[in-house]
Design a protein around this ligand. Structure first.
Ligand SMILES: [Zn+2]
Length: 259
């Protein structure tokens, strides 16, 4: 199984370090800030082999230049359809990132919605999904569309349920509060709330976990479940025509009334 280390940054970001299978090499996912990454590399004697970027937002790319000031040859992989500082390889759907130093390879998915050119990295039973899927929630729509984000999440939801996803923010508690608005009678949400409180009290990140947990608790992946459809229809005040419309109502509901 993949070994992945969380480096907290800013107030609620995680920069993920993917460890190689045979040495001290790591790939750095979405370094919004270089300083906590440099500290972690030095403390643990790690050698950075690559930077993997999911999308162009500053809290995901802001540390690239600082890392390359220290490691000038560090390659930066990032989405082809977005402007990424110092990008050395532009990636799109179906591309394969071969991380030779780590003995790992990832397949690139286009997952537009949060931003129009957002990508994710899939491999070794893990998905690095940036700001597309969050634990118990999903990203806001910036320059993508609701329809894009719905399709991207539907595609993620169809992955094997034991896939471990790694998202970029510690939003779980807030997201579960909204999930409880949508599904007040879902016991899995209550159980997850208790576990999330416990994990945060112990200083453990809750922004990673198996997809199965999302399928049981995340309203944005449950848009075909009758209780979620009923809640969205009650909110909209009219009948909704299918899961994409349910998704759009939920995302707008959370944006306008919950956050
Ligand atoms: Zn973002």
């Amino acid at each position: 199984m993949l070994r992945v280390q969380a480096v907290p940054a800013f107030t609620d970001n995680y920069i993920w370090l993917i460890h190689g299978s045979r040495n001290k090499s790591v790939a750095i996912v979405d370094p919004g800030d270089h300083e906590p990454v440099l500290r972690a590399l030095e403390r643990d004697g790690l050698q950075p082999a690559a930077v993997l970027i999911t999308h162009r937002h500053g809290d995901h790319v802001g540390g690239i230049r600082g890392l390359r000031a220290r490691y000038p040859d560090l390659p930066v992989f990032g989405p082809a359809r977005e402007s990424i500082p110092d990008r050395s390889r532009a990636l799109q759907e179906g591309d394969v990132v071969e991380l030779v130093e780590l003995g790992l390879r990832f397949t690139v998915w286009d997952v537009p919605g949060h931003t129009a050119g957002h990508i994710a990295y899939l491999g070794h039973g893990a998905l690095f999904c940036g700001d597309t899927l969050f634990a118990a929630g999903c990203g806001r729509v910036f320059d993508g569309t609701l329809a894009d984000l719905y399709r991207s999440l539907a595609r993620i939801a169809a992955l094997p349920a034991d896939i471990l996803f790694y998202c970029a923010h510690e939003y779980t508690l807030d997201n579960l509060g909204f999930a409880r608005w949508v599904e007040p009678d879902n016991p899995a949400i209550e159980a997850r709330l208790a576990l999330t409180h416990q994990a945060l009290d112990e200083g453990r990140p809750t922004a990673c976990g198996p997809l199965s947990e999302e399928l049981a608790t995340n309203p944005f992946l449950r848009v075909s479940v009758p209780s979620v459809m009923r809640a969205a229809q009650a909110k909209a005040g009219h009948r909704l025509d299918g899961p994409a419309e349910v998704f759009a109502v939920l995302r707008t509901w959370k944006d306008t009334e919950y956050d």
